[in-house]
Design a protein around this ligand. Structure first.
Ligand code: OGA
Ligand code: NI
Length: 343
């Protein structure tokens, strides 16, 4: 047993030391995946055995924002659609949101350039130091995770003090989405993290996972995905594909949004499957600031005698560091609520 553990640690370290991520393994031409990436029965994540619904008539809502600023009755219809999507799915896509498809494509291309450039250039950004604002890494919690994800990440923390595009890797410096972070008006979040993910093609996709079942910790995540697919949401006891729609943004709610709405809105579990066909890119903007000390609780206007607060006031940092939320335990949010009531 001891030697198994020791082998595992040295395997992890050897992988980490390449600073070439999962993409490096694929480039080296592996045909079977290393043990550290195998999702075996010990490490299986919850809901993995649940069916995938492939009924083309059911999908997360696709909401059209066209003309909402010009037509107030249309605008209120769209608000209703968003409200229902948040209550039922915790996930939706928006189209005609005003960001040209060419800008989204340009962003994806820049991220592809970053991950597919010479490894020596990319390695300069390799780090697992949490305090670094811009870092490239594979599996941030490499040494503590039960099993690894088949993906590499370039993360950028963007906030008021982010002013120097020169700090960005050259490959994606032209990306308008990265150069002009406009988070000034968001108030409660003030800072966001952009998680640029590269999911290389996988020779044994059935044994690996791009990102295991989880829910996002913050308020809202807005995601650009390329046309490969693989993202799925868990809804009414089944998995549903979030089919790529050209030019669309995928929006999903995090734990904090479920908390402040006192469970009215849903923070849904989701995952990304690996595939054999081709590398996948996604760019997620995570609206949260984990160092913020502001406390958030259920919104007062939503509360009444019959709808008492289910959660205590809590900071984003508390959410981020909460172990059951981190582990994506089934009833992680319930635990939070019970802990406060018994305390
Ligand atoms: C995430 C996530 C989905 C994707 O990073 O939290 O869910 O498609 N990403 O990459
Ligand atoms: Ni997520």
């Amino acid at each position: 047993m001891g030697s198994i553990t020791c082998d595992r640690v040295s395997e992890l370290k050897a992988f980490d030391d390449t600073k070439a991520g999962v993409k490096g393994l694929v480039d080296a031409g592996i045909t079977t995946i290393p043990q550290i990436f195998i999702q075996d029965h010990h490490t299986k994540y919850k809901f993995d055995d649940k069916p995938i619904c492939r009924d083309p008539k059911i999908s997360i809502p696709i909401i059209n924002l066209q003309r909402i600023h010009k037509d107030s009755s249309l605008r209120s219809q769209v608000i209703d659609q968003i409200r229902s999507a948040c209550e039922e799915w915790g996930f939706f896509q928006v189209i005609n949101h005003g960001i040209p498809t060419s800008i989204l494509d340009q962003a994806v291309d820049g991220i592809r350039r970053f991950f597919e450039q010479d490894v020596e250039v990319k390695q300069k950004y390799y780090s697992r130091d949490y305090s670094k604002k811009i870092k490239y890494c594979s599996n941030l919690n490499l040494y503590s995770a039960p099993t690894l994800f088949w993906k590499d990440t370039l993360s950028c923390v963007m906030g008021r003090d982010f002013s120097n595009p020169e700090d960005l890797p050259e490959a994606c410096r032209d990306n308008d989405h990265i150069q002009q972070p406009n988070v000034e008006n968001i108030g409660c979040v003030e800072e966001m993290t952009i998680g640029n993910s590269y999911y290389p093609e996988c020779p044994q996709p059935e044994l690996s996972i791009g990102i295991a079942t989880h829910s996002d910790p913050g308020f809202v995540t807005v995601l650009i995905q390329d046309q490969i697919g693989g993202l799925q949401v868990f809804h009414e006891d089944q998995w549903f594909d979030i089919a790529p729609v050209p030019g669309a943004l995928v929006v999903n709610l995090g734990y904090m949004m479920q908390l402040i709405t006192n469970d009215k809105f849903k923070s849904a579990y989701h995952r990304v499957l690996s595939n054999k066909e081709g590398s996948r890119i996604s760019i997620g903007s995570f609206f949260m600031n984990n160092s913020c000390s502001r406390r958030y609780g259920p919104i007062k206007e939503l509360l009444s005698e019959v709808n008492p607060p289910l959660y205590p006031e809590i900071t984003l940092k508390d959410i981020y560091n909460n172990q059951s939320l981190k582990n994506n335990e089934l009833s992680a949010l319930d635990k939070l609520k019970l802990a406060s009531q018994s305390g």
